[in-house]
Design a binder for this molecule. Structure first.
Ligand SMILES: N[C@H](CCC[C@H](N)C(=O)O)C(=O)O
Length: 270
């Protein structure tokens, strides 16, 4: 099976061109091919499919095989793939996802290939704000819930250590407050327009970056009065610019960042 390995600031997926056909059991495939020793290695798989509602359709499966409803970093990489591969001659595209249709606006570099994409991530849904959550390990955390089509719990803390992120991420991901688990962000606001964060992703563990997570974090920070409505978000894999437009302009969240192709290959599925 042919694949393309791409990443959005280190959030790496195995991309499969499904314009003609789709692999069987994509959940099983995601678990197998994402393994960084016995597979290709990645945070999951992304299927690029035809759509009758938009230019293309995305299906994304986390490394544990769970299907997600939206993925910010993958949206940018899909824009790069379909434009660079000549599947479209436009740079302003629509993408059907389980969370609805998203608009992708791509920009090319001097080599004529896509290097940066702005995604209209839609309207956030803010849930509980600054609520305290107790974990079985006895720790207590204050978090704000934000949906970007997929669920996020954002914790503001100066402690971005492994003990915090790796120690509490798994329990928070599976806390009973989430009907279907959640992505957990740990964020430090350095200035009204600068946030540093790490993310423990539902179904993939810590990733180098999370596009929907960066959006959820900006929305949570602005909601809690910890930042403005536009900020540069620094994640372990790189930076994203996130802007939460005012209600008078629709209240959508706009995410801008790079998309990178690493290699192509053939996966031998046992
Ligand atoms: N783990 C997420 C999907 C991937 C989101 C993330 N990689 C992004 O860039 O938005 C979930 O289960 O909702």
């Amino acid at each position: 099976m042919r694949f393309t390995k791409m990443h959005g600031i280190g959030n790496d997926y195995i991309y499969i061109d499904c314009m003609e056909s789709e692999p069987e059991s994509p959940d099983t495939l995601a678990r197998e091919i994402s393994d960084r020793h016995t597979g290709v290695g990645g945070d999951g798989i992304v299927m690029i499919c035809p759509s009758d509602k938009a230019d293309f359709r995305m299906r994304i499966f986390n490394a544990d095989g769970s299907e997600a409803r939206m993925c910010g970093n993958a949206s940018r990489c899909i824009a790069k793939y379909v434009i660079d591969q000549g599947l479209t001659d436009r740079t302003d595209l629509t993408l059907e996802t389980l969370s609805g249709i998203r608009r992708l606006m791509a920009r090319k570099g001097s080599d004529g290939k896509v290097e940066s994409v702005t995604v209209d991530m839609g309207r956030p849904e803010v849930g509980v704000v600054d609520t305290e959550v107790a974990l079985p390990d006895g720790s207590r955390h204050r978090l704000t819930a934000v949906s970007m089509g997929n669920p996020h719990g954002v914790i503001f803390t100066d402690d971005l250590s492994d003990a915090m992120v790796l120690g509490h991420g798994p329990e928070l991901e599976r806390h009973p407050m989430w009907p279907d688990r959640a992505n957990i962000e740990f964020a430090r606001t350095d200035a009204p327009d600068r946030i540093t964060m790490r993310v423990w992703e539902r179904g993939s563990g810590e990733t180098m970056a999370c596009g929907t997570g960066a959006c959820a974090t900006l929305v949570a920070a602005a909601t809690n009065g910890l930042a403005g409505r536009k900020a540069e978000i620094s994640l372990p894999g790189g930076r994203l610019t996130i802007e939460w437009l005012p209600e008078s302009e629709g209240g959508h969240v706009m995410m801008t960042g790079p998309a990178t192709e690493v290699f192509t290959g053939t996966y031998i599925r046992n």
